[in-house]
Write a protein that binds this ligand. Structure first.
Ligand SMILES: O=P(O)(O)OC[C@H]1O[C@](O)(CO)[C@@H](O)[C@@H]1O
Length: 528
């Protein structure tokens, strides 16, 4: 296509949301009109499915749940007055709590203000808060946020070491929808011990964000934690940023949560329009479908050209891959769906993997996120008439063009600036696009059966560890791995047993390995 025709295509397909100042350009995805036409029946169904879902239909059949994250930003849409009221009241409660913490009306026992906050959670209970903190927290927030989003002991130590002198003024959020996920539970227990080690009463620092009556909720209630906020069963973890999960940490950092909700609401309104060309989420879903033949054959590379949006790709990774990565479709056929997502930020990535994007395996499509405003205030000139922001803008355009010339398609989302409204809108845009795409490929976007397999397998390993340690404690003489496996009644688990013992040995946990470490079968194991 020559430059003139491309310019025409750009204008023909350009979507612009006036209220948000958001543009979506899908002109560099090479679909034609016939393709768009062919997807129309699927889109008719996707629009109808979405309307049902918003009315409260059970859209997550295996978990028998409604899917209502859209109601969080427009509570009047909730299917019952009780739900509407609950959403409104929770938001008011969050704002009141954040204000009291910031003004010192709620303060820790030994300090006049909370200065820091540790947010403990994983997956949907971490990625949204992390993305939003990186994107929107002021340079000098009223409370500085720190995350524990894993069960990595060294990671937990690092966070606690940074806070060693401030623990007495650090609030702790424990975020877990189920209230039973091992990683946040472990984080909570370790942090609780650290507080006890400093003679601090954890309950006076702790806030729970979880489903009412979950294990976490029960602990928080019985121990009299500072506050508890509800997580609703009709909000999935990966779409929970605008529930208490995301709003509590955001509000504590002084981020305008109402503006975030407003931006999301405006985007939700725009993505309700049942017309593909005038619906930005439908345009995204169409582009994804085109690129990967409706089978996820191409990866989504997300490249925001703005440092503060660094974590957007990580956030989208869960939203897209946990929602779309499914073995079976809604009719039970094995389909192995999904779209792989990765990315970091431009122009930084141009000096890393963009080389492969331009010349290597053409197994992806790019999504550029462009921010029109360079910075708050004016920019110095780097060269005559040229600023650092001009470079950034030039690099984005240049990369988009270089990819296109080499048959690599891309989408560009442009926002006027990174602010609570546009971040709320971006989240809402992708949430809806994922919903539409799931409908196009006929899968349930709202469950995650695959994640359970890993959790169950880990539980089996921990149980095996207990059995193996019991065997070793009884024995006087060193045993081979095979002997331990037999005695533990787990002859078929010898490799797992070896790895458990090697890990315990490395951590001086009462296990000694003797022999050639490179030849596991030569090892003799004893309790120390
Ligand atoms: O908030 P929870 O219940 O601790 O779950 C954390 C994450 O774990 C998952 O359930 C997957 O294991 C995600 O869907 C969820 O966001």
């Amino acid at each position: 296509m020559d430059a003139r025709a491309l310019w025409q295509r750009y204008q023909d397909w350009l979507y612009f949301h006036e209220g948000l100042g958001l543009y979506l350009d899908v002109s560099r995805m090479r679909f034609d009109d016939a393709f768009v036409e062919s997807l129309q029946p699927k889109f008719d169904k996707a629009f109808a499915d979405m309307a049902e879902l918003e009315k409260g239909a059970i859209a997550n059949p295996d978990e028998n749940r409604m899917v209502g994250h859209y109601w969080l930003r427009n509570p009047d849409l909730a299917p019952s007055p009780e739900l509407t009221q609950e959403i409104v009241q929770t938001l008011e409660k969050i704002e009141a709590f954040a204000e009291k913490v910031q003004t010192g009306a709620i303060h820790p026992p030994r300090a006049s203000r909370f200065t820091d906050v540790i947010s403990i959670g994983i997956g949907g209970s971490a990625l949204g808060p992390e993305f939003v903190a990186e994107a929107l927290a002021p340079d000098f927030p009223p409370l500085k946020i720190h995350f524990i989003d894993n069960t990595d002991p060294a990671g937990i130590d690092r966070t606690l070491n940074h806070l060693r002198n401030n623990l007495a003024s650090t609030l702790v959020l424990v975020i877990s929808k189920s209230g039973g996920t091992p990683e946040p539970r472990n984080g909570m227990i370790e942090v609780k011990k650290a507080y006890a080690g400093h003679n601090l009463d954890f309950a006076q620092y702790a806030v729970a964000i979880t489903s009412p009556d979950s294990n976490l909720d029960k602990v928080a209630k019985s121990e009299g934690w500072l506050a508890r906020f509800p997580m609703y069963d009709w909000v999935g973890g990966r779409t929970s940023e605008m529930s208490a999960v995301g709003l509590v940490p955001a509000a504590l950092q002084g981020i305008d949560v109402r503006a975030m909700l407003e931006g999301a609401k405006e985007m939700d309104d725009a993505t309700r329009i049942p017309d593909v060309k005038n619906n930005p989420a439908a345009l995204l879903a169409l582009s994804w479908y085109f690129s990967g033949n409706g089978r996820g054959e191409k990866d989504m590379v997300v490249l925001p050209y703005k440092d503060s949006l660094l974590l957007f790709s990580r956030y989208l990774q869960q939203l897209v891959m946990e929602s779309l990565g499914k073995e079976k479709d809604l009719d039970g056929n094995v389909v192995h769906q999904g779209i792989a997502v990765y990315g970091n930020k431009g122009s930084t990535d141009q000096h890393a993997y963009v080389q492969q994007l331009r010349e290597g395996v053409p197994n992806f499509f790019a999504t550029f996120i462009e921010v029109l405003e360079d910075r708050n205030g004016s920019s110095p000139e780097i060269d005559p008439g040229v600023t650092a922001g001009d470079y950034l803008s030039g690099f984005l355009q240049g990369t988009r063009q270089a990819l296109y010339e080499n048959q690599r398609d891309s989408i560009t989302v442009t926002i006027p600036q990174v602010n609570p409204r546009t971040v709320g809108a971006l989240i809402a845009l992708y949430e809806r696009a994922v919903g539409f795409y799931a409908s196009l490929v006929n899968i349930n976007a709202y469950h995650q059966p695959g994640v359970e397999a890993g959790k169950k397998a880990a539980a089996v390993i921990l149980d095996l560890q207990t059995r193996v340690l019991a065997v070793l404690q009884k024995e006087k003489t060193p045993l081979s791995l095979g002997e331990i496996a037999d005695k533990a009644g787990a002859a078929d688990q010898i490799e797992a047993i070896y790895k458990i013992l090697r890990h315990l040995h490395a951590n001086q946990r009462g296990v000694v390995l003797q022999g050639n470490l490179g030849q596991p079968s030569s090892l003799k194991v004893s309790a120390s």
